[in-house]
Design a protein around this ligand. Sequence first.
Ligand code: F6R
Ligand code: ZN
Length: 184
Amino acid sequence: MVFPEGVSIDSSTGHVSPETGRYTKRLSELRGIFHDRTALEEAVAVRGDPIVYEVVEYKKEGSDIFFGTTTVEPGVVGNEYYMTRGHFHARRDMAEVYYTQHGSGVLLLKSRAGETAVVEMKRGVCAFIPPDWAHRSINTGKDKLVFVWVGNVAAGHDYGDILEKGMSKRVLLREGVANIVDDA
Ligand code: F6R
Ligand code: ZN
């Protein structure tokens, strides 16, 4: 039997209470994600391999949905903003929502057919991620980017396609502002 429960989410830190799991991703674990490999190695060495993002989840056995937060730190590797790996769901029929709580950024999406889309991430915007659209969150602001995600426990992750082919677009810092450019 699963009982109802209120879960506190701190919108500025991403803390979830109670939580059932968490992980962090550091720069050294994101090799192959950022386009400037030299800048990545330099940043790992000079900055002491900082955390780029943290994921905290609330999942209860017996439920078909779960939720949690992702907190992406502000920063760049070369001229590319800190971001998540990006993935398709293993289950192609399963959607997700991302509800931004704090900070600002870009949600980059790519369909299986290769179309791309962009949804602005800022407080109050709840993004609908349709089934079979890959998604990556990019922090283009000076604060932490915090969003709540809600998905299906069976959705799973497929990272291979994005690792191999990328998201078709990148979000780069140019002359002080974020630019969305084609990934040649
Ligand atoms: C789950 C989901 C998020 C991401 C998280 C980290 O389907 O979309 O919880 O997993 O934001 O991003 P990735 O998994 O792309 O490193
Ligand atoms: Zn997802």
